[in-house]
Structure formats: structure tokens, C-alpha cells
Design a protein around this ligand. Structure first.
Ligand SMILES: O=P(O)(O)OC[C@H]1O[C@H](OP(=O)(O)OP(=O)(O)O)[C@H](O)[C@@H]1O
Ligand SMILES: NC(=O)CC[C@H](N)C(=O)O
Ligand SMILES: [Mg+2]
Length: 489
């Protein structure tokens, strides 16, 4: 999913960018990078690995400047290699560095256009480098460097780029630039603080990064909006696209975001608690006289929902699986072999919470089924009498094309299968999925803050539309098999 952050301060910002990235780490574990600008001198340090592994004291000391951006990567395009770590840089016009969360769906056409018409070379397979070159070209064709010329360049990006994108960039000689796709699929939040009577600003994928760096959340960046914060700390904002329906990605609330973040004015924690409530109510509707003894969450992301399921059912909530805190997230690992191995390394049962009991395991989502298949097995081996499994999200049956790396239908356990068939493959005694309408209500909450969502991985409706052959093409580029072959070659 990738985490992005940008800060304009009055002193060096590298240490704060680093701190911000450490709390966005759950959004991308493959690579990390920071770029800072001091006057017109730009410094970039990036590489593969976790934030804590990519930077050391020496690299941090080089990252000078009162303005900068940071990125942690979960690849959805191109390879996992060092060359595609972000931020990306172009030296013309002015010198621009850019970091992107999301995924473009017209990358191939844009790449050709950028080469043939804009006369720019994109040197990697990354869609983000294409996006940077589109932005650079659009800025290059405007006269002068002001917030207004940047806004018209963003209008050009919105006209040409299709897909999901939240972007932070530094334009040398001007300041920090941020924008979000016209549907607001990917999240981006603006924060502010005052130091010695002067305003400082930050933008980030999630508000948790603002909390940690001492910024107050001001508001979400609006879909299609452009933000410019000059190097002196002046904020400029403008709508850069015709209004479209605001359709944030519902999967952020299900899995990606941290529960302590606010996203599009909705608390992720509360959204997950409401998911648990709805799921609990569905279970009661289906089996009012259920025989569940204990509700057990599958750590980490399902905890908020699982606790509420237990409350609604009026049964005990127990932490029956202990998570190894040194193993990262499984789902965002690049290969199926690695994902499968890491579930067992990551989770270990406490047998006394299972022995002779009817347990209801709760996860936030079941995507490839890698986690649940092993977990059900572990629960049985630990002595459970019956193992039920509930998912706080509906069945995932369609690829995601806006920044989550699930490009191939055939890899999804619920693709072309009904719930009973999935239940049989997972080996549980009862499988319950959340209904999509309940999930939507759970996220938008009683105040109905969000009217529409991108729920494409659940219902196959793509808010930007797609070309017919798109899914075949990404399957060839990004299926687990394609990635395995690329690594081997
Ligand atoms: O069906 P699957 O393909 O296994 O994907 C779904 C699982 O992956 C995620 O967990 P992950 O380990 O990535 O992160 P978490 O620790 O935040 O729950 C998610 O929370 C589910 O548990
Ligand atoms: N998950 C993301 O946001 C990925 C960003 C970009 N598409 C990349 O692959 O690097
Ligand atoms: Mg999980």
C-alpha cells in the first residue's frame, strides 16, 4: 500500500520524516527512502528493507534541509528491486523528487506517451516514475514556478493519469507539493504545528504519522485537490479537478491502516469495532442458539473487531494466538512461499485456550487464505472441539488495481467459489463472512461520513473503469508465478 510523508519545517526535518516512516511501516516493508532539500541542494537516501535497516547515522546526517519527503514501499508495479525504491528524482524542470502511494492503471500508454511526446525516458518499470515524469512535463510546459503553475500541472496529471494515487513531492525552489486522485481512493491527511510563532506543515498517508511528529491533524487532502507549502511555510490550496464521487478504498479500514489513525474523518478503530458489532449480530441472526465458547482474534489486525464480536455474542474473548513481534505483516510479502512460511513463524497457539472448546476465530479478511488455512489447522491441533471462522470483510473475489497487490483472481481463495466451498478448503466447521452493506455502514458510521467507497475487491465495480484487457495484462506482469520467474531470471 505504501506510506508517504512530507514535512516543511524551519529546521532539519530528516529525523521527523524517519519517525513518521516508522509508524507507516505497516503500509510497506520492502523499501524505504527519504529526500530532503536545503535550498536547491537535494539529498536522497533509499534502499530495500525496513526503515530501521535502510538508514544509519551517516545517511541521516547527510539528509539536511528544512523540507523533505519519505516513502515506505509495498510494490504494486515493476519489481521489488532497489531501482524502484522511492522517492524518484528528475532534474528538470528545477529538480523534483516524488513519492507515490497507489497504482496507475494506464501506465503502459502513459509510458509510451511520455517517451514519444514529452521526450522523457522512464528508466524503471515503476508506475510512480511515470507519474513523476507526467508531472514534470506538465510543470515544464507552464511559465514560471509559482503555486499557480504547480496547480495547473496537477490538473494535467489528473487529466492524464488514471488509477489511485496520493502523492508528495518536493519541487526545488518552491516547496512541498501534495495531491490526491480525483476520487480520493488513496488517503492523505494534512497537519500543522506552530514552532517559535511560525507555522510548519506535514502531509502523510495516515494521521498516526502526524501524532508522532507533533503535528495536529487539520483535515484530509480533498480528492483532486492540490496543496503547495512553500519553503517558508506558506500554505496554498486549490481544487485541481472537476468534482467526481469521493470513493475512498474500503480495504484501508478493513486491513491496511493502523487503528489509531483517522482517515477521511473516520476513526479506523471505531470502524473496526462497528465491523465486529455487525458481524456478531449476523452470527446471532444465523444461529441464535450457537454453541461458541470463546472468540479468538487472529492477530494483529482483527483484534478490534473480534472483541466486539465477543461482546455481542456474550462469550469470552481470549488471545489464543501469540504473535512473534519480530515478524512483519504476512499479506504484504511479495511471494506466496514466504507468506506461507511466515504464518507459522508469526503465530503460535496457547493450547489451554483451545482444548475441548468450540472456538470462533475472527480475522479482518480472508484474501488468499494463506493465514486462515494454517490457523484453522493450528486450532484443531491445539485441541479445539469445533473451529468456526468469521471474517470482518466479505469474500474477496476480484483483483485490486489501486494500490493493493492482489492482481490475479485465481490467487484469491473465494474466486469462483461459494462460501461452503471456501469453508471446505479452509477446513473449518463453519465460515461466516461479513455482508458488504454491513461493512459499508460500519465504516461510514452513524454520522454517515462516507457516502461511497471503492469496494472493487468485493463487488468488482471499479470506480475509474478499466480497459477489457487490463486484468489479463497485469496477471502476466504481477501474478505470483510471474514474480517468481522474474526473480529467477
Ligand atoms: O488470506 P490471506 O491471504 O492470508 O490474507 C489475509 C490475512 O493477512 C493479513 O494479515 P497480516 O499478517 O498481513 O497482518 P496483521 O498482522 O496486521 O494482521 C490480514 O490481517 C489477514 O490475517
Ligand atoms: N502500494 C503502493 O502504493 C505502490 C506504489 C507504486 N505503485 C509502487 O509499486 O511502488
Ligand atoms: Mg492478519
Amino acid at each position: 500500500m505504501c506510506g508517504i510523508i512530507g514535512i516543511v519545517g524551519h529546521n532539519d526535518v530528516a529525523a521527523q520524516l524517519y519517525d513518521g516512516l516508522t509508524v507507516l511501516q505497516h503500509r510497506g516493508q520492502d523499501a524505504a527512502g527519504i529526500a530532503t532539500a536545503k535550498g536547491t541542494r537535494l539529498r536522497v537516501h533509499k534502499g530495500n528493507g525496513l526503515v530501521r535497516d535502510v538508514f544509519d547515522q551517516a545517511s541521516m546526517q547527510l539528509l539536511q534541509g528544512n523540507l523533505g519527503i519519505g516513502h515506505c514501499r509495498y510494490p504494486t508495479a515493476g519489481s521489488e528491486g532497489h531501482d524502484e525504491a522511492q522517492p524518484f528524482y528528475v532534474n528538470s524542470p528545477y529538480g523534483i523528487v516524488l513519492a507515490h502511494n497507489g497504482n496507475l492503471i494506464n501506465t503502459e500508454a502513459l509510458r509510451d506517451e511520455v517517451f514519444a511526446e514529452d521526450r522523457r525516458n522512464v528508466n524503471t518499470e515503476s508506475d510512480s516514475e511515470v507519474l513523476l515524469n507526467v508531472f514534470a512535463h506538465e510543470l515544464d510546459t507552464r511559465k514560471g514556478l509559482t503555486p499557480e503553475t504547480v496547480f495547473t500541472a496537477i490538473e494535467g496529471v489528473h487529466r492524464r493519469c488514471e488509477g489511485g494515487y496520493a502523492v508528495v513531492a518536493a519541487v526545488l525552489g518552491l516547496g512541498l507539493v501534495a495531491f490526491r486522485d480525483p476520487n480520493g481512493i488513496r488517503p492523505l491527511v494534512l497537519g500543522k504545528r506552530t514552532r517559535d510563532g511560525r507555522d510548519e506543515y506535514a502531509v502523510a498517508s495516515e494521521s498516526v504519522a502526524l501524532d508522532l511528529t507533533g503535528f495536529q491533524r487539520v483535515r484530509d487532502v480533498r480528492p483532486g485537490e492540490g496543496i503547495v507549502i512553500t519553503g517558508e511555510g506558506e500554505l496554498h490550496e486549490r481544487a485541481c479537478a472537476e468534482p467526481r464521487p469521493h470513493t475512498p478504498c474500503i480495504f484501508e479500514y478493513v486491513y491496511f491502516a493502523r487503528p489509531d489513525s483517522m482517515m477521511d474523518d473516520v476513526s479506523v478503530h471505531k470502524a473496526r469495532m462497528r465491523m465486529g458489532q455487525k458481524l456478531g449480530e449476523k452470527i446471532l441472526r444465523l444461529r441464535p442458539d450457537h454453541d461458541i465458547d470463546t472468540v479468538i482474534p487472529i492477530p494483529d489486525s482483527s483484534r478490534d473487531a473480534a472483541l466486539e464480536v465477543a461482546n455481542v455474542l456474550g462469550v469470552k474473548y481470549r488471545e489464543g494466538f501469540i504473535k512473534n513481534r519480530y515478524v512483519g505483516r504476512t499479506f504484504i510479502m511479495p511471494g506466496q512461499g514466504e507468506r506461507a512460511k511466515s504464518v507459522r513463524r508469526k503465530l503460535n497457539p496457547i493450547p489451554l485456550e483451545f482444548r475441548n472448546r468450540v472456538v470462533l476465530l475472527v480475522d479482518d479478511s480472508i484474501v488468499r487464505g494463506t493465514t486462515s488455512q494454517q490457523i484453522v489447522q493450528m486450532a484443531r491441533e491445539a485441541g479445539a472441539r469445533k473451529v468456526y471462522l468469521a471474517s470482518a470483510a466479505p469474500p474477496v473475489r476480484h483483483p485490486n488495481i489501486y494500490g493493493i497487490d492482489m492482481p490475479t483472481r485465481e490467487e484469491l481463495i473465494a474466486y469462483n467459489r461459494d462460501e461452503k466451498e471456501v469453508e471446505a478448503i479452509l477446513g473449518c466447521d463453519w465460515l461466516i463472512y461479513q455482508d458488504l452493506e454491513d461493512l459499508k455502514e460500519a465504516v461510514s458510521g452513524p454520522k454517515q461520513r462516507i457516502a461511497q467507497f471503492d469496494s472493487s475487491c468485493f463487488n468488482g465495480e471499479y470506480v475509474t473503469g478499466t480497459a477489457e484487457d487490463y486484468f489479463e495484462r497485469i496477471k502476466h506482469l504481477r501474478s505470483d508465478e510471474a514474480k517468481r520467474q522474474r526473480r529467477a531470471s
